[in-house]
Structure formats: structure tokens, C-alpha cells
Design a protein around this ligand. Sequence first.
Ligand code: XMP
Length: 322
Amino acid sequence: NWRMEDFLEKKIREIRETVGENKVILGLSGGVDSSVLAILLNKAIGNNLIPIFVDTGLLRLNEKSEVVENFEDLGIDLVIVDAQEKFFEVLKGVEAPEEKRKIIGHTFIEIFNETAKKLLEKHGDIKFLAQGTLYPDVIESKVCGSKSAAKIKTHHNVGGLPEKLPFKVIEPFRNLFKDEVRQIGKILNIPEKIINRHPFPGPGLAVRIIGEVTKESVEKLRKADYIFIEELRKENLYDKVWQAFSVLLPIKTVGVMGDYRSYENVIALRAVNSEDGMTADWAKLPSEFLNQVAKRIINEVSGINRVVYDITSKPPATIEWE
Ligand code: XMP
């Protein structure tokens, strides 16, 4: 695609001119946008890019090790911050979705800023902060900022805003849509497993656990979600849906296990097709496939005795449950 190749060459030139011999920090989530951005910056300025990966404790099963390995393979070193305890502490007793989002957003910025300050003390020449902001993020924040639009969710993106930090922000993807970022990823030969990943929200699994987030609830959801995604990949369905995930519901329902009554939590499966996340249709996954996923979740995840499939489109529902 000549248009994207031109765009890419131009961006690399621009980044080199802007950054010079200085350093750039970047919040890396492992998702498509920040990964492609990190690789692009690495190509443009090499080791002058310092990517920061924060383990919030709200990541999917094996996610941290996969991200670390993917970047090791590409020869890019990450600064890894383990903030799991901090996030569980601040989320204790919090149930309201917007409160969760705000707390996670603030905590993330706090941790990112602390890390940035330490890095700044170590290398004096960090002048820039790169963010993988996309065009829809720019639009959405404009809409959310206007008085007439009802605010639906406070979206949080890795990196947040660097209040009081002496960095200039660079956002090379500000005018792009997600599929264009994927095209750039392809031109840069980024492995498919990175560029074809489903979107994952900034607040992570916390917005997929309805009610209080605890270590135990995260463990349960991680296992169920892993099974769903593993089965989608096995049946070649992963790339056919735009996004898929599991949600842990705090309610308990009655079931029967052998001769015994069980009283356990519910997992909801969500899979959607979409262009840009603004609207979405629920994915008509084969019933045999759903049956197989439900059986595995019940058998392999303790504390779950019921699995349901979400058949609501957006609108009226949103993609995430919180
Ligand atoms: P909703 O739930 O608003 O989600 O229909 C639309 C798309 O956005 C993702 N999402 C987020 N992405 N930070 C993000 O970067 C967030 O806080 C956030 N919340 C939702 C969601 O996964 C879906 O792809």
C-alpha cells in the first residue's frame, strides 16, 4: 500500500528530526497500537526509545510474559514495573464502573510518572513521551468533552496524560484508524500475533469483573477467558471476530454436579464484529463451538457452574460490560 508506505517514511523522518539525540518514553500495553508505535520508534531512533510496561495485575493469563518475549525477539528492551499489589489495594471495595475506571486511570498515571521521574534521574535526556492515540480517541475525547454529549465511559489509554512532567507529547497515529495502524504493522513486518490481537481496554480485566475486583476474581476470569480465546484460535475463529472475551458476573446460580447441588458464579462470553468499536454486532458463533467452550469452562474453572452468551449489539449495549 503506497499511501501507507509514504506515510511511514514521512513519519520516521519527522520523528528523527523532532527527537534528535534525545530519548523518548512510551507506555507499552502490548496491544496493537502501542506495540506498532514502539516498533516504529525503535526503527526511527533505536535505543533512544524507552518502553515502559506496567503490570497492573489486571492483565490476561500469560500476557506479561508474552509481551516481554515478543519484544525480546525484536531486540527491544522493556522497563517492567510490577504494580499488581498497588492496583489491588486501590480497587478494594470498589464496585461502580466509573469509579473503577477513574481509580485505575489515576493510579496508572501515578505509577507511570514515578517511573518516568526515576528514568529521568538516570538518563537526563528524556524529552518526549510517545502515545498511540488514534483518530477515534481524538474524536471521542472531543465528543465527551462537549456539554451536549452524554458521557458513556471514561476511556483510559496506556500512558495517560503526563501532568507536570517535562515531556513533549508525540502522537504519530493521531490521524489514523486502527486498521491503518495494522497496515503499518504489516509494512514493518511485525508478527501477525501482535498485529492481529483483539483490542483490550486500558483498565484491563477490572471492567470485565462486575463488582469488586479481587485476586481471586481475576484468577477465575483469567482461566475462563484463556479457554475461550484458546478455543477460538484452535477453531480458526479468532481472526474472524473483531473482539472476544469473558466477563465474570458476581451473581451465583444453582447447578448440579453429579448428585450434588452447586451454587457458583456465572461467566458471560462476549464476541462482536465491528469496524471501529463505535458500533458492533454480536458474533453468530456456531452453537457447537459455544457448547465446547462452556463445557471446558465448567470443567476447568472452579467456582463457575454456568456460562451464558451475550446476544446484544452496540447500541444499545456497549462492547464491554462496564
Ligand atoms: P465500549 O465498551 O465502549 O468499547 O463499547 C469499545 C471498544 O473500546 C474498548 N475499550 C477501551 N479501550 N481504554 C481503551 O483503550 C478503555 O478504557 C476502554 N474501554 C473500552 C473496548 O474493549 C472496545 O474494543
